[in-house]
Design a protein around this ligand. Structure first.
Ligand code: SUD
Ligand code: ADP
Length: 321
């Protein structure tokens, strides 16, 4: 009898920027307490999962040469985590994962986390699992601090090490220009640099996230522009001083404001509208301050099956402190 092989499943998953990132103390487990406002952008990766006798990972697109294809790829760790959770294939899942990357690698936009989240959603469909997004989020949090957000997307307040999420109302589509740097920055290195800067002095800290949440509800990009802030920015600029010039160039090109996303080095520029974003992107591309420029909008939904039925629940559960 012929075995029925299920058709491959493709998932589109957003990148993220941090509209607000407040870094607290270093915890005993090596992580820092965070308060962050995540915002999912239309710059995406696409992940295809398929049943295969020759398991493994293939990577194409943005930064393909610098993405590991072995067991340390975050998407493969997601395969193993879900297989372990449901007791499938004795820990050696017979699947092939193809990553088509648009998100810059080690860019502070959570590309690896996005691929892990997409893999969980794709496999849940491929294996016809009766599992919801909230159960996947528990597995996701073990894979990395940013992975749960990539499942839900939208705009959300993240606390803990970033994995505890509450949705934030965002009334508007915001338009962004993204400047990719020549090389990535290591997330642990940037957190370490912030610890060093804080041990040596007192770099300025972002204030409360509340005004950012209010600006999102108002939907006014000009109000939001005044409030973008990231405690990791000083550390990223300290490690990569050229970013100061990139940030200036975006504002000189007509952006309302610029910020470094997460641990960088990608710079995100908020623009007044879609037309302005195109104009800023064109001028920034000619300024010679970055490798590549992209336009994107947000918020957009989290990991979604392409052309198929989706898993239930599209916003994170309410969590009360
Ligand atoms: C900084 C942020 C902001 O959204 O994004 P990126 O710049 O990486 O995209 C995240 O906190 C990154 O999350 P993620 O990239 O998933 O990090 P993880 O794999 O969980 O952790 C990698 C390392 O970063 C440091 N880390 C991460 C999160 C956190 N709250 N405190 C930390 O100190 C730790 O050294 C940890 O070992
Ligand atoms: N699927 C993946 N895509 C990108 N990078 C990955 C992936 N899996 C593991 N990595 C590793 O994770 C590191 C961080 O990548 P990424 O998630 O893109 O950046 P960031 O943590 O800055 O948001 C990369 O340098 C790479 O070595």
């Amino acid at each position: 009898m012929l075995a029925v092989v299920p058709p491959p499943v493709t998932v589109r998953v957003p990148s993220k920027i941090n509209l607000h990132l407040s870094v607290g103390d270093l915890r005993k487990d090596g992580f820092h307490e965070l308060i962050t406002v995540f915002h999912a952008l239309s710059l995406t990766d696409e992940v295809t999962v398929a049943a295969a006798e020759d398991p493994g990972i293939e990577v194409y697109g943005e930064g393909e040469g610098s993405v590991p294809t072995g067991a340390n790829n975050l998407a493969w760790r997601a395969v193993q985590a879900l297989a372990g959770y449901v007791g499938k294939d004795g820990g050696e899942p017979k699947v092939r994962v193809v990553l088509r990357k648009g998100i810059p690698v080690a860019g502070g936009m959570a590309g690896g986390s996005a691929d892990a989240a997409a893999t969980l959603v794709g496999l849940a469909s491929l294996w016809k699992l009766d599992i919801g997004r909230d159960d996947l989020a528990e597995i996701a949090a073990k894979l990395g601090s940013d992975v749960p957000f990539a499942l839900y997307g939208g705009t959300a307040l993240g606390t803990g090490r970033g994995e505890r999420l509450v949705p934030v109302l965002s009334r508007h589509t915001f338009h962004w220009v993204l400047a990719f740097d020549q090389r990535g920055l290591s997330t642990p290195r940037v957190f370490g640099e912030l610890d060093r800067l804080r041990a040596d002095g007192d770099p300025p800290r972002v204030g409360s996230h509340a005004p950012v949440v209010e600006a999102l509800a108002s939907g006014d990009p000009r109000q939001l522009a005044l409030l973008l802030g990231n405690d990791l920015q000083a550390a990223a600029v300290s490690l990569r001083p050229g970013l100061r010039r990139t940030l200036r160039a975006g504002v000189n090109a007509g952006a309302l404001a610029g910020t470094i996303s997460g641990s960088g080095p990608t710079c995100a520029f908020l623009c007044a509208d879609a037309q302005s974003a195109l104009e800023v992107a064109a001028e920034l591309a000619g300024a010679g301050v970055c490798r590549t420029v992209r336009v994107a909008h947000g918020p957009v939904p989290g990991a979604r099956l392409v052309g198929g039925d989706d898993l239930p629940r599209s916003t994170p559960p309410q969590v009360h402190a």
